[in-house]
Each structure stands twice: as structure tokens, then as C-alpha cells.
Design a protein around this ligand. Structure first.
Ligand code: GTP
Length: 361
């Protein structure tokens, strides 16, 4: 079962770790809600409240299905929305017909909205819910109770909202810290496999071709040695800025090593990626860094080939970068394209030695 994010997942992919924790939350909420509500089905049935009893059966059936889906498929449906919606409907209706006995359920139902729905949706649903509960309490209870119920429920929702908002911000901030390089603000390696894999899937499913560019500063060690580590850091920061300026919104910039960067270019063929790589090298070498530090860089370009894994793709780019370094640096080398699986299954016609033309394979 994939409910609990393993330490391995946590260490390598923060986005998956967050998803794992969300699933855990949904799973436990549904289990405890099922345990709490299931006996009420019988109670309401015995009291002759057939409609409420049916709503509660629906609630329990949904909870049981979500639990089963999460247990056996690690996924759930409607993004867990049915639970809070059914819960608030049951609580409002139960208050209408049972008075205080139903009202007690309004508080956990309102709070569950913030655990299970995106914040904006939860706020909207809570405003509607508190308004409905205000009308129901106005009809059902004395005026003093109406005010008490409306304010206490509103306050519970407000506290839950503040808590959910803070947890959301904390989660976003921790994810940002775990996925980006603090010096340059580029993505770090934690997302690398996922992002390259998603580009590979676009290639496999929709024939959409992506490319990647590796850029490595030349003789960076001498910059550190001559101007100091702090100046080296500033050069790296400035270099990331210069590269980012040239990229599109959809492109992704990684810092994958000390002075090595990678750009993933969705929907970009090798030829266009090569043009961009030349422009990037020009923007690095054209102006000095920190007034008088002249820097050049080497780059490689690799278009994804059908059937290859992300590590093979990256390795091809790495080999080409090595080639750029050994040819003297400050240049772009294109990785040779691999024969794709399509080419292997459907090879190009062979040259006919007799005629000089081509023959079918
Ligand atoms: N200032 C600074 N230096 C770093 C950082 N990360 C790695 N380095 C340095 O980058 C240098 C990389 O050196 P090399 O791998 O020899 O590469 P190079 O000197 O650029 O040589 P070529 O890549 O072959 O052109 C090392 O001196 C590292 O200490 C960093 O975050 N800040």
C-alpha cells in the first residue's frame, strides 16, 4: 500500500511526499467518520427519519468506497469532495428535524470542509453552510440560541480557515525550499527525474518533442581561486539570472551540480534548442560578471529520442558536454540522435548498390 510516503520518497521528491500525506489525511478522516456515523444510520432509522437515514447511508457508502480505493489503488474519486458536502447536508437537515442533537454534528462537518477541499472552495462552502445553519437555527431555536449558534459556528470556521491557510502556506514554502537551490533559485535535482519523465511521456503519447540543454561554466575553479568563493557565488547567481531572462515561462531551469545547469525545453526540437544554447552562451560571455570577471561556458543539446529513459537522455547530453569541454570549451555540441524504437521497427530504405537508389528493407 502506497499510503504512507516512504522516507525514500520524502528524500527525493517533496511533491510526492505532500501527495502521500494528503492521501493519509483523507484516508484517516474517512475511517473515523465512517466509525462515527455508521451507528447513526440505525438510530435515525428507528426514529423513523428515513430521508436522514438514507443520506447517512450514502455518506457511509462514500466513505467505505474512498477507504477501499485508497487501500487498494492509492487513489480516490471526486478529490474527496463528496464527504464534506454530504456531511454538511446531513448536519443541516439533522438540525432541522432533530434540533440540538443534529446541531452538534455541524461543527466537525464545517471543519472537515477545510481538511478536504481546496481553501477557496472550503471558504465558499462554509459561508453557504453557516448561512444555512443560521436560517435553520432561526427557525428552530430561541433567538438567543440562534445568535450563539451562528457566532460559535462562524468562529470555529474562522479558526479552521486560519489553520488551513497557514498549513497550506507552510507546505508551499517547505516544498519550495526542498525543490529549489537556495543560491540561484533554480530547481534542484529532486524534481529532475519527474520532469524529464513527463517530457518523455509527451514524446511517447503525443509525439511532442522536447530538448534539454546542459550548460557548464568554463574554468570556474579559477574564478573561485582568484576572486574568492563569495565572488564565485555571485557569478553563479548572475549566470542563472541571465539564462532565465532568455527562457520561456514553460521552460525549466535546474542547477544540477556546482557550476552545471540544465534547461528543459518542452516542445522544442534539437535545431531550435541549439540556437537557444548559442544565445545563452553569448549572453554569458558578452558582458563581464561583477564588472571585471569574464566568463565563458560550454553547452550541449539533446532532443529526446523515442523509447529512451530519462537517464539515457541525460547521459547523452552529458557526453556531448564532455565533448564540448574537450574540444576547447566556449561552444555548443549537439548529442548525436539515437535510433528510436520506431526507426528500429521501421528502418529507412537501404541504398541499392547496383542502382545507387534505395530499396525497401
Ligand atoms: N563559489 C562556488 N563555487 C562552487 C560551488 N559549487 C561548486 N563550486 C566550485 O566549482 C568548481 C568546479 O571546478 P571544476 O569541476 O574543476 O570545473 P571548472 O574549473 O569549471 O573546469 P571545467 O568545467 O573543466 O571548465 C570547484 O572549484 C567547486 O568548488 C558553489 O556553490 N559556489
Amino acid at each position: 500500500m502506497n499510503l504512507i510516503a516512504s522516507p525514500n520518497t520524502l528524500a527525493t521528491n517533496p511533491t510526492l511526499a505532500v501527495l502521500g500525506f494528503k492521501r493519509q489525511l483523507v484516508y484517516h478522516l474517512h475511517i473515523w467518520a465512517f466509525i462515527a456515523v455508521a451507528p447513526l444510520v440505525m438510530v435515525q432509522w428507528q426514529h423513523g427519519n428515513v430521508l436522514l437515514s438514507s443520506l447517512l447511508i450514502l455518506f457511509c457508502a462514500n466513505a467505505a468506497l474512498v477507504i477501499a480505493f485508497l487501500r487498494f489503488r492509492s487513489t480516490y474519486f471526486f478529490k474527496g469532495r463528496l464527504f464534506p458536502i454530504l456531511a454538511v447536508v446531513c448536519a443541516a437537515y439533522s438540525t432541522l428535524i432533530n434540533g440540538h442533537a443534529g446541531l452538534y454534528w455541524a461543527y466537525p462537518a464545517a471543519i472537515a470542509l477545510f481538511f478536504l477541499l481546496p481553501l477557496r472552495e472550503a471558504i465558499f462552502c462554509n459561508v453557504v453552510f453557516v448561512s444555512v445553519m443560521a436560517v435553520v437555527s432561526f427557525l428552530k431555536f430561541p433567538e438567543a440560541d440562534f445568535w450563539r449558534i451562528t457566532f460559535s459556528l462562524g468562529l470555529s470556521c474562522l479558526f479552521a480557515m486560519i489553520f488551513a491557510w497557514l498549513v497550506g502556506r507552510l507546505q508551499a514554502e517547505l516544498t519550495r525550499l526542498a525543490t529549489t537551490d537556495p543560491l540561484t533559485g533554480c530547481l534542484n535535482r529532486s524534481q529532475l527525474a519527474d520532469i524529464l519523465n513527463s517530457q518523455i511521456q509527451m514524446r511517447e503519447r503525443y509525439e511532442r518533442v522536447s530538448s534539454l540543454v546542459l550548460i557548464d561554466l568554463d574554468y570556474f575553479k579559477t574564478i573561485n581561486d582568484r576572486w574568492g568563493h563569495l565572488a564565485g557565488d555571485k557569478v553563479l547567481k548572475e549566470m542563472a539570472l541571465r539564462v532565465r531572462k532568455r527562457l520561456r515561462e514553460s521552460d525549466q531551469l535546474f542547477r544540477i551540480g556546482g557550476e552545471e545547469f540544465m534547461v528543459v525545453l518542452p516542445e522544442t526540437r534539437q535545431k531550435d534548442a541549439d540556437t537557444l544554447a548559442h544565445q545563452l552562451l553569448t549572453s554569458i560571455s558578452a558582458r563581464p560578471f561583477l564588472d571585471d570577471i569574464r566568463v565563458t561556458a560550454s553547452a550541449s543539446v539533446a532532443e529526446v529520442t523515442q523509447g529512451e529513459t530519462w537517464s539515457v537522455w541525460l547521459n547523452r547530453a552529458d557526453q556531448a558536454l564532455y565533448e564540448a569541454k574537450s574540444r576547447g570549451r566556449n561552444q555548443v555540441v549537439n548529442a548525436p540522435r539515437l535510433a528510436s524504437q520506431e526507426d528500429i521497427l521501421d528502418p529507412a530504405p537501404l541504398a541499392d548498390p547496383a542502382t545507387g537508389g534505395t530499396t525497401p528493407a
